[in-house]
Design a protein around this ligand. Structure first.
Ligand code: ZN
Length: 247
């Protein structure tokens, strides 16, 4: 990781508050800091219109699909607290311990120090990791339920026959899923970040395999569809059981 070992720099000039905050803090981070609930998909209820269902996407910047509000971290805080941009930038810098030159003016091209860059990269990595961890845990817990159900459906009935292939596959996958959940819930943070850096593709592939997809991408709509189908299957099974019990 490049930011962990670099030469000490001689540069001690700090950037102005706008540059420092723009590079160092994301819209999502300020939203979370000031009490907005952001879900694993980076969506939140928009604080700028009467929103009951999350329609604001937050990342480096924010965008509301309902009222079309958009901007960066400074815009967000400026609008949230109805304060001027400069006050918003100073508030963020103080709350996030971002170093800046109080006399610095934006656009004057103050060089950014390596220290500062390192700090920004670290903060970005932490944000990316947090975002990924929330989603990975939710995916893996879903996979665990699916695989448990699949193992039960394919459970061996004949004690003299070899285990059914579907059972073995579901059982093995579930062991792996369990292993990843365990790490993400109990391992030291550094181990978890390493898992993110090195194993995120493997975890995504596992999730896709469990959900019968070769492509590593799912849209929200597909997810909802999947959930609906799962619920329908459960309902159908319950109805079947009731019918069988009635006979
Ligand atoms: Zn809105």
């Amino acid at each position: 990781m490049s930011f962990l070992n670099h030469k000490n720099n001689q540069e001690h000039t700090l950037p102005d508050v706008f540059t420092a905050v723009k590079h160092g803090v994301t819209a999502r981070q300020v939203a979370e800091m000031y009490g907005i609930q952001v879900n694993a998909h980076g969506m939140a209820c928009c604080p700028f219109h009467d929103d009951t269902h999350p329609s604001m996407k937050l990342d480096e910047r924010y965008y509301c699909f309902g009222c079309h509000a958009s901007g960066d971290a400074i815009d967000f805080v400026s609008n949230l607290f109805r304060i001027r941009k400069r006050e918003a930038a100073v508030k963020i810098a103080e709350d996030f311990h971002v170093h800046y030159d109080p006399k610095g003016r934006p656009g004057r091209g103050q060089p950014v120090t390596l220290e500062q860059k390192k700090e920004w990269e670290m903060r970005q990595l932490q944000t990316d990791f947090r975002e990924w961890r929330g989603k990975a845990l939710s995916d893996l817990n879903g996979d665990y339920r699916i695989l448990t159900e699949r193992a039960e459906q394919n459970a061996p009935t004949d004690r003299n026959a070899p285990f059914p292939q579907g059972f073995v596959q579901a059982f093995n996958d579930r062991t792996l899923v369990e292993f990843y959940i365990g790490l993400l819930e109990t391992a030291p943070r550094e181990t978890q970040i390493n898992l993110y850096l090195h194993d995120c593709a493997a975890i995504a592939a596992l999730h896709d395999r469990v959900n019968g997809r070769g492509q590593p991408r799912t849209t929200v709509r597909e997810k909802l569809e999947e959930k609906k189908n799962l619920l329908k299957a459960q309902r159908d099974r319950a109805v079947n059981q009731q019918q069988r019990a009635a006979i």
